[in-house]
Design a protein around this ligand. Structure first.
Ligand SMILES: Cc1ncc(C[n+]2csc(CCOP(=O)(O)OP(=O)(O)O)c2C)c(N)n1
Length: 514
């Protein structure tokens, strides 16, 4: 058995059985090994940003790392933006990056580059496997590193001769360690803050935004009168009717400082003290009042649910009912398409157990409120700020959850980074409805131009934020990649086409022109 097959068998044996791939010559032995090993689902992405973003979506929904297969330094570099996003989301991921054969590197062939150097900034674990006998053990170590809580990026570099020479056979993957319990002092300190009588916020992210964590945090807030808010963006939030609803820290600095004004204590559950996405002249970087004190109840790699349970016991909140949403969903909007109308119809039409992937940027800023009483669903956000994640993330989520409808909320500018994800959705028959908000501009940046004090924009500056001339035709672009779709210009058409997309199995795209 060669090194490549030893590695593939190690991956499958270690529970990594989906590989998003964009291979080249140096990965051919890995590709050939896929045929000889049962149990690995291999999915082609036509750009590495699709591959790595899909691995992120898969990990968020399955809680298992996927493998990616990338072609030397340039393949990795093409995938780095979405590896950065996955890193910020604490998604586990095992990147396998092919390299030249060890003896070929010294000749500086065209594709030679510093792959480790490229990988390091967004990887927790990086290793170039030295020989074919080591590759299986290195693969096992990469899986263990990816699974280290709260979820890490592991990048294993596979020189071509380590793939084709005689390997060791598969290696055993170490069992993951459970999250560490938090200290009694962390719980006691949070309880003291809650009992202080001073304004107190519980700021939540990570696993605490799943049903169990939400219930416990909701009980604590209801019992103590503390406020409860989620971080600005979160990897996966369970929400909708029957669940505790949490506002998020707003993106806009002035709105965020208003929401956080007057607080004296912030209990951090996986979250950091809130910071502005960007610095702006004359605005604060830290969003909480300067005299607000942070209290770490649990870090992301610690047992957040256990910590919330202990805190609920400490403040006597276990028998307090969690304040869950019981309102009916909003009614569908009619007439002109506006962000508000889209939010209402989305809240009305979201199917039970949907996975919502949010890269709607300005159009979607207000979608959180009208979907609070929608049917129960999961909401996935971009945590790294690098756009071009939405459609790949949806692709990976759909692979992880074939029984659930995925709804992608996508800005037109963001869509154009990784539009090829649609082709993978069509090829794999993935159940994804994409709502493509075609406002023909980088609308967010119009506001940012003013916010950073860049002065009155002229023609050249405005052209950098405009997506017209030529107008993008997303229905035709989608059709060219095998995804059916429709363009809508009224809310009645939107409601009809969204329902059509939800009813149809497989991918569908609605271009929302407004
Ligand atoms: C990789 C990357 N490049 C550029 C940006 C800067 N950027 C942030 S939002 C944005 C435009 C988003 O446009 P669109 O998706 O159409 O949403 P809209 O602002 O129109 O609501 C850009 C270019 C970024 N965040 N990430």
């Amino acid at each position: 058995m060669n090194g490549a097959e030893s590695l593939v068998r190690t991956l499958v044996g270690g529970g990594v059985d989906v590989c998003f791939a964009n291979p080249g010559t140096s990965e051919m032995h890995f590709v050939a090994a896929l045929d000889r090993v049962d149990g690995m689902r291999c999915i082609l992405g036509l750009f590495e940003g699709v591959v790595t973003g899909a691995a992120d979506g898969y990990a968020r929904m399955s809680e298992q790392p996927a493998a990616t297969l990338l072609h030397l330094g340039p393949g990795l570099a093409n995938g780095l933006a979405n590896i950065h996003n996955a890193n910020k989301a604490s998604s586990p991921m095992v990147n396998i990056v092919g390299d030249h054969a060890t003896y070929h590197r010294k000749y500086d062939a065209p594709l030679t580059s510093d792959i480790e150097g490229l990988a390091r900034p967004s990887s927790h674990w990086v290793k170039t496997s030295p020989d074919a006998k080591s590759i299986a053990a290195d693969g096992a170590a990469a899986i263990a590193a990816a699974r280290k809580l709260p979820g890490q990026i592991a990048t294993l570099i596979l020189p071509a001769d380590t793939a084709w020479n005689e390997g060791s056979g598969p290696a055993q993957v170490a069992t993951p360690t459970p999250p560490k319990p938090v200290s009694a002092e962390a719980v006691a300190e949070a309880a003291r803050a809650l009992r202080s009588g001073e304004p107190c916020l519980i700021l939540v992210t990570g696993r605490a935004l799943r049903q169990q964590g939400l219930d416990l945090a909701g009980k604590i807030a209801a019992k103590t009168g503390a406020r409860l808010i989620a971080q600005g963006s979160n990897a996966r939030t369970q929400r909708g009717r029957g669940r505790v609803f949490l506002e998020r820290v707003p993106y806009v600095v002035d709105q965020a400082t208003t929401v956080l004004a007057g607080l004296k204590h912030i209990i951090l559950v996986g979250a950091k003290m809130p910071v502005a996405f960007f610095a702006y002249p004359d605005k604060p970087s830290l969003l909480a009042p300067p005299d607000a004190q942070g209290h770490v109840l649990a870090r992301l790699d610690e047992d957040m649910i256990g910590a919330l349970g202990a805190l609920a016991a400490e403040v006597g909140a276990h028998s307090t009912p969690a304040p869950v949403v019981n309102d009916p969903p909003p009614t569908k909007a009619t007439g002109r398409i506006t962000p508000e109308a889209l939010g209402a119809s989305l809240g009305a039409l979201l199917p039970e157990n949907a996975i919502v992937v949010d890269e709607a940027v300005t159009t979607g800023r207000g979608f959180f409120a009208p979907t609070r009483s929608a049917a129960p669903h999961d909401w996935l956000s971009n945590m790294g700020g690098s756009i071009g994640l939405g459609m790949p993330l949806a692709t990976g989520a759909a692979v992880a959850c074939p029984d659930r409808k995925v709804i992608t909320l996508e800005g037109d500018g963001s869509a154009m980074y990784t539009l090829q994800a649609l082709w993978t959705q069509a090829r794999e028959g993935l159940d994804v409805t994409t709502l493509l908000f075609s406002n023909r501009s980088y609308a967010i940046l119009r506001g940012e131009l003013a916010n950073v004090g860049a002065g009155n924009p002229g023609r050249k500056a405005l052209d950098m934020l405009d997506l017209g001339s030529p107008d993008l035709d997303f229905v035709t672009l989608a059709k060219g990649m095998g995804v059916p779709g429709a363009r809508v210009t009224t809310m009645e058409e939107f409601n009809h086409r969204l329902a059509e997309g939800i009813a149809a199995p497989g991918p569908f795209l609605v271009e929302v022109a407004f």
